[in-house]
Design a protein around this ligand. Structure first.
Ligand code: DGJ
Length: 727
């Protein structure tokens, strides 16, 4: 009897060790948990996503009916009346899927753990691995699907979401980000109602100008900056995407996100593996701001290239000279930015093309050869001048694009995306997108960068632009039965190129630009150090654009430049101090012709750049606290950065309207240590107009609870205050 029992218990022990996952799975980060039911042979069920749970909490979750216990990755077929994340046509034409759990694997990485739930169809040899990557020190869980099959012929993937979660309907609000060229990242916050909400972008090439691939769902009514539970969902895909929030009766919402299936059904060959992009989920009990800070940490931890490195202060030539690049002007700009204390000069568009010189935006893209009419001493001369002046040198390229007026197009017309129909051109009436589905084109794009960097190893920075959307839907490379792969193959091809570039050139700083903020997307940011926030450099409108952008992206990745007055996009004239104070909340740069500045403007700029250097570590690596939104129309906007140890902070405020006897809200800080005292120093003082707070010492609790009278009297007044803990 005894022996029998021992054998039985040994069997049970071994079985339960082998199937340690059988049943409940909790995927956790420091402050959040995702709870799933994974029983072998059964559908994977979604339980809960929210604040961190322990195994002991599961009973309470169930007892309080907080366990959704519904399909975690619903598929089309056996239930066709429900939201689904996946739809396929099997090799024999059958359209039904019924996925059940086959196995669960755990993988531990230095900074994260991956839970891989292997799902298999009950009838067909069709498999989906659902992966959940939970960071050990950051409250982000990335989820994606890896799809494969062993059917006799290809399976058509009609819909293939990266992830799906459920959210309760309980005063549930959505915040999303949308816009257009020069007006990116407008913030809309609205209650979720009945009816479907879809956030979608079909630009095809730079899917960040209009709707952004991110939403924040607030679970406790109207979203607050620093309180209330928030779920964030960010899709890491630079091509067409769709984030869909669909109600199911009255109890809750399905949130599904992935590549938009629009014109993109995918023919998956037997044995081929299709990985969806990741959907990065975050949960915070500290409001929208808490969710943003989670994404910023995750970004600095690797989702932005070299995320912990300090970013240089630069001058970019675009708004200074546009395409009228000439050697004396370039040398002058180098000397000027050096004399102002800047660290880098970037020569923008206009420097290349010989047979088809880049004198207008209708010629030259593809021919990355110096135009020696404009630059007789070439890039060598620019690098030499930069070196002599103690600054680095950077250069603009647009390697994914081509003008029909280029030697490259004369030689390889088939390298541009095009159909048999009349070609529709983009910018300049001649611009087209190269066919990055084609490995030869991928090589050519890699070679553009490789040739520049091997010929001129001292190039420290590249501005990588992209100014056309995906039109002319046709690839001469892809076979006729796979033309619907273009939208996906383009971006997978681009990723391959970027990967090769980063393998060989990990230290070159590369900016992602797409007619402004078109490339603000985590599908590409792991390869780029920063992105151009907007072609609109008007500091007042930038406050709105930067505010929206900051929900998902960290300050050190946001390229923000001081430009001329009147501004070239809006015609508005703003004080130089205001322009600097707005640009200083991110990676500071200048975008004007310094030779046109007065001596006093130059002196102010020199001082502002020196001041920025002192606050740069706090701005670029600190935690962001948004305080008053410009979208709230309170006449003022403000935000601040605080170091993780709360010993230093930098506070910014701006006056947006100007009226006599105007009431402005008292300004309250956030993120400080309430029990510590902070000394205030005003940064960037203009015309001796020092703020009444300069030199004062206040407790953290005073600054956060009672706040202070806004020190903003003049039109377009702005203030920057540095706070340092007093021992
Ligand atoms: C669009 C970018 O957003 C601008 O900053 C500038 O680089 C131009 N392209 C150059 O053509």
């Amino acid at each position: 009897m005894m022996k029998k029992l021992t054998i039985l218990s040994l069997f049970i022990l071994t079985f339960s060790m082998l199937k340690a996952w059988n049943g409940d799975i909790i995927v956790s980060t420091p402050n959040s948990s995702l709870f799933l039911h994974a029983s072998e042979g059964e559908e994977l069920r979604f339980g809960y996503y929210g604040s961190r749970l322990s195994v002991n909490d599961l009973g309470q979750i169930r007892a309080s009916r907080n366990d959704f216990n519904r399909a975690a990755y619903p598929v089309f077929g056996t239930n066709i009346d429900q939201e689904n994340a996946m739809q396929v046509v099997h090799a024999d034409g059958d359209m039904t899927l019924d996925l059940t759990v086959a196995d669960v694997e755990e993988e531990s990485l230095p900074d994260a753990a991956i839970t891989r739930i292997k799902l298999a169809d009950k009838v067909y040899p069709f498999y989906v691995d659902l992966c959940y990557k939970a960071y050990k020190n950051i409250d982000v869980i990335e989820t994606w699907a890896e799809i494969s099959h062993k059917e006799k012929k290809p399976v058509i993937l009609k819909k293939f979401a990266s992830g799906h979660i459920l959210v309760r309907n309980d005063e549930t609000w959505i915040t999303h980000f949308h816009g257009s060229w020069g007006a990116e990242a407008e913030v809309t916050t609205e209650p979720l109602t009945s009816g479907i909400k879809e956030i979608r972008n079909i630009d095809g090439a730079r899917n960040g100008l209009d709707d952004r691939a991110a939403v924040m769902i607030s679970l406790d009514g109207r979203p607050q900056e620093n309180s209330g539970r928030v779920i964030g969902a960010v899709l890491c895909w630079n091509g067409n995407f769709k984030i869909r929030v669909a109600p199911e009766y009255k109890w809750g919402y399905h949130l599904t996100a992935g590549i938009d299936e629009y014109a993109s059904e995918y023919k998956l060959e037997p044995g081929e593996l299709f990985s969806t992009p990741s959907l990065a989920l975050t949960f915070s009990s500290d409001g929208l701001g808490g969710a943003s800070r989670n994404y910023h940490r995750w970004a600095r931890n690797g989702m932005v290239h070299n995320g912990s490195a300090q970013r240089d202060i630069l001058l970019n030539s675009w708004e200074g000279v546009y395409l009228d690049v000439k050697e004396p002007e370039m040398y002058g700009m180098i000397r000027n930015i050096a004399s102002l204390g800047g660290e880098l000069f970037v020569m923008d568009d206009g420097w290349f093309g010989t047979k088809y010189p880049r004198d207008t935006d209708s010629a030259g893209l593809g021919d990355w050869i110096v135009d020696t009419r404009k630059l007789p001493s070439g890039i060598d001369g620019l690098i030499k001048t930069a070196k002599e002046n103690g600054v680095k040198f950077g250069i603009w390229i647009e390697p994914e694009n081509i003008n029909s007026k280029s030697v490259l197009f004369d030689e390889h017309p088939d390298w541009a995306l095009q159909s048999k129909h009349e070609i529709k051109y983009g910018r300049g009436g001649t611009q087209l997108l190269l066919d990055l589905c084609n490995p030869k084109v991928q090589d050519a794009v890699f070679t553009v960068v490789d040739t520049l960097l091997t010929s001129y190893p001292e190039i420290a920075y590249i501005k990588w632009d992209a100014n056309v959307n995906l039109k002319n839907y046709g690839s001469k490379f892809l076979p006729a039965d796979k033309q619907s792969h273009i939208g996906i193959a383009y971006h997978k091809g681009l990723e391959k190129v970027l990967h090769r570039i980063r393998d060989k050139y990990p230290d070159v700083v590369i900016q992602a630009c797409g007619s402004g903020g078109g490339r603000a997307n985590y599908g590409v940011m792991p390869y780029f150090d920063e992105f151009w926030v907007s072609d609109n450099t008007d500091a007042l409108q930038r406050l709105y654009i930067q505010w929206g952008t900051s929900h998902i992206f960290p300050a050190m990745a946001m390229a923000q430049h001081v430009s001329a007055a009147p501004n070239h996009q809006t015609g508005r004239s703003l004080p130089l101090k205001f322009r600097f104070d707005v640009a200083m909340t991110g990676r500071l740069g200048m975008e004007l012709q310094p030779s046109k500045m007065s001596d006093s403007e130059r002196d102010f700029s020199r001082n502002a750049i020196a001041e920025y250097k002192t606050i740069r570590p706090v701005v670029q690596q600190g935690d962001l606290y948004r305080l008053i939104s410009p979208f709230d129309k309170k006449g003022v906007s403000s935000l601040m950065y605080v170091t993780p140890d709360k010993s230093r902070a930098v506070f910014f405020c701006y006056k947006l309207d100007h009226f006599n006897n105007q009431w402005l809200p008292r300004l309250k800080m956030a993120g400080l240590d309430p029990g510590k005292k902070y000394r205030i120093r005003e940064v960037n003082v203009a015309d001796g107009d020092r703020c009444y707070l300069d030199g004062a010492v206040f407790s953290g609790s005073m600054l956060m609870d009672m706040g202070f009278e806004a020190p903003l009297w003049k039109e377009y007044a702005s203030r920057v205050l540095e706070l340092t803990v007093v021992d």
